[in-house]
Design a protein around this ligand. Sequence first.
Ligand code: HEC
Length: 165
Amino acid sequence: MTHPLMPSVSPRGLRSIPVLLVLGLALAGAQLDAAAPIADKHVKRRVELMATQKAAITTLADMMAGRTSFNASKAKAARRTLVKTTGDIRKRFKKPRMDPNSHANPLIWQQWDDFETRAETAKDAAKQLNAYTLNGLLRTVPSMVQACLSCHETYRNAPNDFITH
Ligand code: HEC
């Protein structure tokens, strides 16, 4: 099976395309809203961490979709960013802090062990990212994206969720 835009993509890689569409839509709804600034500095930092992750995933998704050409050093830098940021999720969320414009679900602190496990799963997925080749990205980015979305599904209140339904 070949794809007109990506002739060297394996069938397994092609299956990642719906995942990327979901990612695009879900994260489009996850825009940082300039009109709703976050005052609490700790909340701000955890949202900034998430925005950094989104930028790294976007770099990889753009290469996978052919919007930019594959660049191994940029892909590796994005992987490094994701290993670091996913590794910091626990620390950035540990203290229960809220802000009127935060989208964090307070369940995080009632089910802290589960939240930690999801952060750990995301870190494992980041470490598993293969940034050496385009095929490597196609094989490994979908699990990373799944880890982002599955945590959001439970622990992020998304005012823009209608976009994905
Ligand atoms: C362990 C749980 C968890 C994981 C894993 C996770 N997130 Fe998040 N994310 C959250 C929570 C909770 C918020 C809301 C934080 C807030 O508003 O205080 C959030 C917010 C965001 C936001 C800001 C959206 C908004 O609400 O304004 C973006 C963008 C984002 N995440 C991207 C990502 C990406 C990309 C990944 C994967 C690389 C990821 N997240 C992985 C829990 C997670």
